[in-house]
Design a protein around this ligand. Structure first.
Ligand code: PEP
Length: 249
């Protein structure tokens, strides 16, 4: 049976006390299930509270929404891999579409961040995906491949397996418009072909973009998906617990 990851990206929501309350409700509503892991990505200010409220459950993990590539120094407002790790993070989102499109993060910067996460060590969750105009222009696979190449270029191919990839079409994030299982599977397959041409090691590939209680089971019935990365629908602890519980492999 494949192992599924349910990753919750809280974006700029959920402060430290709210994180503790959220996790108390979530832990009560969701008991560990074989082959399911739940990863939480709170804002940096809530990392320590989130990690502390996981209650040593091995199926739950906390991660950072972003890290800077230098380990320390005069970088006001940034957090490094080692600082996130000290606050309890075991993973980090890298190159989320909001980092790329709102904050102007480049492909080259995502590469430095992936390498920094692995050095820490944190599991990098590398987000890739095309915009609507790129999809309409038939550029989806070219864009995703370019983002993969740039982000993984600093690594030896044997290290790729340590990177979780999240395919998140930009047009599906926070829009209520999700990719169909077939759309997602097509891109996941192309990512696997790209990875297999460089290494035998297996990388986990998640899908993200308007996943919710209604569509999660159908998406996860597609064997190309190793899990989901979810924003809006992860903000309510009871709803998120229900999604994780009911969206079977
Ligand atoms: C995300 O933040 O990665 C995301 C997929 O958001 P949403 O589920 O709200 O589309």
């Amino acid at each position: 049976m494949r192992e599924l990851v349910f990753a919750a990206n809280w974006k700029m929501h959920v402060g430290p006390s709210e994180a503790r309350e959220y996790l108390a409700i979530f832990r009560h509503a969701y008991a560990a299930t074989p082959n399911k892991q739940v990863w939480f990505f709170p804002p940096a200010v809530s990392l320590e509270a989130t990690a502390g409220a996981l209650d040593h459950r091995p199926d739950l993990l906390a991660g950072a929404q972003d890290i800077y590539w230098e380990p320390k120094g005069a970088f006001t407002g940034a957090i490094s891999g080692p600082l996130a790790s000290q606050a309890g993070a075991r993973a980090a989102l890298i190159g989320h579409s909001e980092r790329r499109h709102v904050f102007g993060e480049t492909d080259e910067q995502t590469g430095k961040k992936v390498a920094a996460a692995l050095r820490t060590p944190l599991v990098p969750v590398l987000c890739v995906g095309e915009t609507l105009s790129q999809r309409e222009a038939g550029e989806t696979l070219a864009v995703v491949t370019r983002q993969l190449e740039a982000a993984l270029a600093p690594l030896v191919p044997e290290a790729f397996a340590a990177v979780t990839i999240a395919y998140e079409p930009v047009w599906a994030i926070g829009t209520g418009r999700n990719a169909t299982p077939k759309d997602a599977a097509e891109v996941h397959k192309a990512i696997r072909v790209w990875l297999k041409s460089r290494t035998k090691a297996f990388s986990r590939i998640l899908y993200g973009g308007s996943v919710n209680l209604k569509n999660a089971a159908e998406l996860l019935a597609e064997p190309e998906l190793d899990g989901v990365l979810v924003g809006g629908a992860s903000l309510d602890p009871a709803g998120w617990a229900e999604l994780v519980r009911t969206a079977a492999a």
